[in-house]
Design a binder for this molecule. Structure first.
Ligand code: CO8
Length: 257
């Protein structure tokens, strides 16, 4: 598929999706979202890909949903077509997904980053949910994922004032996994992504499934799921290989990656 709003490349087992609407600060319109979904489908189907990175430009990861496209929308049409459900493809991704964020990650941009498994932020990153300043509110999970991630007080502060928070504050409150120098963002992200891609894919997917379950299930159920997944990994070649390699003091050669 030829893409017009994103750039797609691979690098050593890592699939990279770069949002590419520079004149609109990567605002998320329907076409861009459809392309992100298609690229995720392709990377998920490619056995050589073990980790996926979504990134933007130095100035903007994404400055939100496309306000110009959205401004004329009417309730009946939105409700009937549910055009924004398309982005749910991101949260269905089974392979690990890292958001590499530089510049603005606002509104839908912040929500897209939060749909990824974790965020690596450049020092110049700015996060916010400014929808209230437009007379609306988050709709891609901002009110839910942000609250789970940073707690009620900070989520209320961000969503009700519409203010932005910088990378240091985002790291302090647990929204981002790490902050790196802006000029090292892709280098550091690719190092992490290649490390993840070098692991066995089955144990990687099981780790991800268990951690995500922590947000959806009571503790006891989550603990049972974790244990069941752990036991199930003993049916994989990668468990035999990983433990044999440790005992033999050699690097593992995982089959499923
Ligand atoms: N949508 C469309 N175009 C945008 C957007 C956007 N979200 N953000 C920036 N642009 C455009 C600008 O209109 C401008 O275009 P032009 O040159 O044609 O006038 C160009 O990008 C550059 O922007 P600025 O000149 O404003 O650049 P600045 O550096 O001065 O400011 C800001 C950068 C602070 C990021 C500023 O552009 C801004 O505030 N943008 C809007 C941020 C925002 O409110 N985002 C939330 C949008 S609503 C949302 O995301 C809802 C999510 C729910 C999802 C479900 C529904 C879709």
């Amino acid at each position: 598929m030829a893409y017009e709003n994103i750039l797609v490349e691979t690098d050593g087992g890592v699939g990279v999706i770069r949002l590419n609407r520079p004149k609109a600060l990567n605002a998320l319109n329907d076409a861009l979202i459809a392309e992100v979904s298609a690229a995720l489908d392709a990377f998920e189907a490619d056995a050589a890909i073990g980790c996926i990175v979504i990134t933007g430009s130095e100035k903007a990861f994404a400055a939100g949903a496309d306000i110009k496209q959205m401004s004329e929308s009417q309730f009946a049409d939105l409700y009937a077509r549910d055009p924004f459900a398309n982005l749910e493809r991101v949260q269905r991704t089974r392979k690990p997904l890292i958001a590499a964020v530089a510049g603005y990650a606002l509104g839908g941009g912040c929500e897209l980053a939060m749909m990824c498994d974790f965020i690596i932020a450049a020092g110049n990153a700015k996060f916010g949910q400014p929808e209230v300043t437009l007379g609306v509110m988050p709709a891609w999970g901002g009110s839910q994922r942000l609250t789970r991630s940073v707690g009620k007080a900070k989520a209320m502060d961000l969503c009700l004032t519409g203010r932005m928070m910088d990378a240091a504050e985002a790291e302090r409150c647990g929204l981002v996994a790490r902050v790196v120098a802006a000029d090292k963002l892709m280098e550091e992200t690719l190092t992490a992504a290649k490390k993840i891609a070098s692991m066995g894919q089955l144990s990687t997917i099981a780790n991800k499934e268990a951690i995500n379950a922590a947000f959806e299930t009571p503790l006891n159920e989550g603990l049972r799921l974790e244990r069941r997944l752990f036991y199930s990994l003993f049916a994989t070649e990668d468990q035999k290989e990983g433990m044999a390699a440790f005992i033999a003091k050699r690097p593992p050669d995982f089959k499923h990656r």
